[in-house]
Design a protein around this ligand. Structure first.
Ligand SMILES: Cc1cc2nc3c(=O)[nH]c(=O)nc-3n(C[C@H](O)[C@H](O)[C@H](O)COP(=O)(O)OP(=O)(O)OC[C@H]3O[C@@H](n4cnc5c(N)ncnc54)[C@H](O)[C@@H]3O)c2cc1C
Ligand code: FES
Length: 250
């Protein structure tokens, strides 16, 4: 049974790190877990969270409090926690490649696990980490440790470069070719960044609304060039060119 090791640790404004002692099956960066957030029936549905990191016997998730379920999670006491997974598809793990990771807000979470795995396979990693402002930056040191180049952007300029992730990505991608650009964040940010790839291949992890999380309800469906896909089992990782961005809610 998975066990929350200690109280969720606040790592930035409204952001908490949860370390779960759990011998989950094999996982890949980009996959998610589905957590039952309440002992009772409200909220009824499990909530999906990307795997933030994976160590032997431990799965960590990074939770941004936005509503009832995430609010309850942030207040959890250590002890048994009902979580299933790993679920969904993961990012491609390249070897000895030049890669760019571009994340916005809580969308940076799966990119930490990804950076760790890509470092193990010998990749040269550039990371663009976008946040609204200084208060919302979490675990920056950990990202810096995994990446050979780390670019921090904030919307208000309170830390790093002032500006948005798609613009920082555009400046790099105009001059440099990457073997893969991995993106996670709000749909508008992913759309804008993918549009500036200048020919480099792209993978995105979509974080739209999920219902069941296991392929039954179709509540997570998105439009792709291969027809409607259920993001919880066909994704959440898709190639950047396959997502029909205009059909995605912002
Ligand atoms: C594949 C996947 C991976 C995710 N990974 C993470 C993660 O690593 N860390 C993290 O903090 N969150 C992640 N999320 C989002 C997280 O699941 C939602 O924030 C959470 O379910 C909200 O639950 P709640 O009960 O607190 O909010 P609710 O009470 O259900 O909603 C509160 C507010 O949040 C908005 N909201 C709810 N869900 C989403 C969503 N998916 N996208 C945008 N807005 C939403 C609602 O519109 C509402 O305004 C992920 C979502 C998906 C689909
Ligand atoms: S969330 Fe139910 S099918 Fe994907």
């Amino acid at each position: 049974m998975p066990v929350l090791k200690e109280k969720p640790r606040a790592v930035a404004r409204d952001h908490y790190l949860l370390e779960i002692a759990w011998d989950a099956g094999e996982s890949r960066p980009g996959q998610f877990v589905a957590v039952r957030v309440s002992e009772g029936t409200d909220p009824l549905l499990r909530r999906p969270f990307s795997i933030f990191s994976r160590d032997p016997g431990t799965v960590s998730i990074l939770v941004r409090t936005v509503g009832k379920g995430t609010g309850l999670l942030a207040l959890r006491e250590p002890g048994a926690i009902d979580v299933i997974g790993p679920l969904g598809t993961g990012f491609s793990i390249l070897r000895d490649a030049r890669v760019l990771l571009a994340g916005g807000g809580v969308g940076n979470a799966p990119l930490y696990y990804l950076a760790r795995e890509l470092k193990k396979t010998g990749c040269d990693i550039t990371c663009i980490y976008g946040a609204r402002s200084r208060d919302f930056i979490y675990l920056e040191d950990r990202y810096r440790e995994e990446c050979s180049r780390f670019i921090l952007t904030t919307d208000d300029g309170s830390a790093g470069e002032k500006g948005m992730v798609p613009d920082a990505a555009d400046r790099l991608l105009r001059d440099e070719r990457f073997d893969m650009v991995y993106i996670c964040g709000p749909a508008a940010m992913m759309k804008a960044t993918a549009a500036r790839a200048h020919g480099s291949p792209v993978e995105v992890s979509v974080e739209n609304y999920f219902g069941c999380g296991i392929g039954i309800c179709a509540g997570c469906s998105i439009e792709t060039t291969d027809g409607r896909k259920r993001a919880c089992i066909d994704g959440p990782v898709f190639t950047g060119t396959s997502v029909i961005w205009d059909s995605m809610p912002d």
